[in-house]
Design a protein around this ligand. Sequence first.
Ligand SMILES: *Cc1c(COP(=O)(O)O)cnc(C)c1O
Length: 415
Amino acid sequence: MQESNSDIKAMTPFKEHDEMTHPMKQFGIGTRLTQMGRNPDDQCGFVNGPIYRGSTVLYKSVEDLENRNARFHYGTHGTPTIENLESAWTELTGAAGTVLSPSGLGAVALALMTTLKSGDHLLMPDSVYRPTRSFCANFLAKFGVEVSYYDPMSAESIQKLFKSNTTTLFLELPGSQTFEIQDIPKLSSHAKHFGIKTIIDNTWATPLFFQAHSHGCDLSVEAGTKYLGGHSDLLLGLVSANQETWPMLRQMYDSIAMLPGPEDCFLALRGLRTMQLRVKESEQRGLEVAHWLQEQPEVMTVLHPAFSSCPGHEIWKRDFKGSTGLFSIILKPQFTKPALAAMLDQLSLFGMGFSWGGFESLLIPFDCQNYRTATTWSPGGLALRLQIGLEDMTDIKNDLREGFDRLVKVQSNLG
Ligand SMILES: *Cc1c(COP(=O)(O)O)cnc(C)c1O
């Protein structure tokens, strides 16, 4: 135990990287994204860092071995490739430190394992990403963690749900598929008052559009699979921590040693360089298609944080720097599932599949009615979630318009 503790201390973030990142603090975020997590002087002058693969690290003497006197100790504790990504993310999120995970869900699990122990009580928003809900049911329950779900829009009354054993308040915004925007400053300050840790899943906004730590969150999770990767070819998760929570997070990470492979870290670092460009483009395209959809006679409601029809829209305006290209719509009540199948099965551009944040347009039907427990999901029509990709805008709209035409035609034939 003592030995691993001293390892952790030796790995406090921003030791060597301080020199590298500090002089850039005066630059804007776009500039910093081009600079962070790389150091050509250490890379034989090459712009990008190499991919380090490795388990064993050699020490020069018994004394060095016994004191772990080396820049890196062992592959599971970090490599230059991993550290480049960790330090870049730490800078981007304004955190005290970051650790990585082989998937976004793995990062969620790591964050929860950091703050919870047997006998604790966890509060989960009812709108949470569904696999996170499964992790609570299949893993946390087995280890004696009590989980309750709460209405994501109930920031005012959240204290009423705090119990003497509540140690963690989980936050996610916008709500998975349904796009509720939670009042993070209010929720996190209530939690802080009672010594409860907050974990946020900030995947949708990315740190570019929402700075979780400066809004009071202790741990922030990002599925790097989405906008950081940006090309539907990467699975990766990141957890960043504020100063107070960082030692706990690093210790849990070192205890389980579940880390992504070096090629995946490299892809994430590559994605980082263009993330702002892609996320901003995604915002513009998302807004254009969402506005267009609002005008289509088949659409009843647009659930997009930038629209007043979205629960928590005012909070989004107050706290966020932007929106991204993922949102949902509710169709008018007359449409039924067989007609919807005719619309979706013959789309020529939009793919049907999970995940998002890549270059291609995606669309899935969804229904949360059967598994929400603290709130009721009854939007009054069939629901679709869209991710707007980089195809030409005319082609995107034509694909959807032709789909709506099939929807209407098949519905009227069904009578
Ligand atoms: C996709 C996603 C995850 C999980 O990421 P994976 O890398 O697919 O495991 C977690 N949270 C949110 C909000 C997501 O969208």
